[in-house]
Design a protein around this ligand. Sequence first.
Ligand code: ISE
Length: 336
Amino acid sequence: MTVKIGLIGLGMIGRDHLKRFQNVITGAQVSAVCDINQTTADVIASEYNATAFYDAEEMINSELVDAVFICSIGPVHKTQILTAFRAGKPVFCEKPLTPTADESKEIVDAEVKAGKRLLQLGFMRRFDPGYQALKQAIDGSELGDIMLIHCAHRNPSVPESYTLEMAVNDSATHEIDIIRYLLNENITSVRVDKPRKKTRRALPHLQDPLIVIFETESGVRIDDELFVNCHYGYDIRCEVVGENATAALTEQQVISTRSNSGNAQHIAQSCMERFATAYDREVQHFVDNVRDRREMSGPSSWDGYVVALVCDAGLASLKDGAKHNVVIPQQPALYR
Ligand code: ISE
């Protein structure tokens, strides 16, 4: 069976996934694309030999679509996800699940009511070979009890539309999710520190860099440097400090170049480049589940909801600089 994918949202990540479906993914074909910009939808549909839609609901309910792939902006996710659930079609949704925890809770409730997982969330880092190896190291015996994690999330630059809050609810969301995945425990508090120094490359409405401090149930303390105008590249770092040893993500490039200007190692310039393998694997995972009629697995609506709760506490801390606790309700059996 070839899974017929309906992809909504033809921005940067939507187009990146389209190329992936065309060049890498097996067992699926994008049969429909949807964007509120009709010209964009038409142009891309003809390029990919798909049918253009301008209305998400119409596309979701179309017979041309077996599974829904959401790459639209966060504020419209909830409606599109619930429409797909009602149509009985499996959903892949790019992060964030929704901009607020309350909306995410509605999605969790709908899945719990259905009694099965209907959605895979796009936290691609869980499919990254580096993070997976880190998890193996943490779960093994060499590191011992985990004490600290040092993270850095550096983007070369961000567009003018990137707000101060997005450092927390758009960028740090990745660390929030991966920390829970690596440690298999929840975050209990968040504090956002604003260093006095700010890069001259950041627009006036931003405070860049920021440092976010998280604490987990068992007391692991995590610092996360968010530097979204670091200029030199897309650089994601993670060092886990255990009682006996440490483990860290390594440089990602495959080769280094030696020339008369020195020994050079390429640094990725975007998340699409840095996490290409992770994106390929997460999408293939989704397609395989749909094709084999299995329940959805991987990052879940529950994960999206919990991340949104941590973000809410982070946004409160961004305002007052205080440490905010995160209260996470009991996890429904469906997600255990
Ligand atoms: C963006 O939305 C992403 O998801 C990227 O992975 C992240 O690095 C960037 O900071 C976000 O704005």
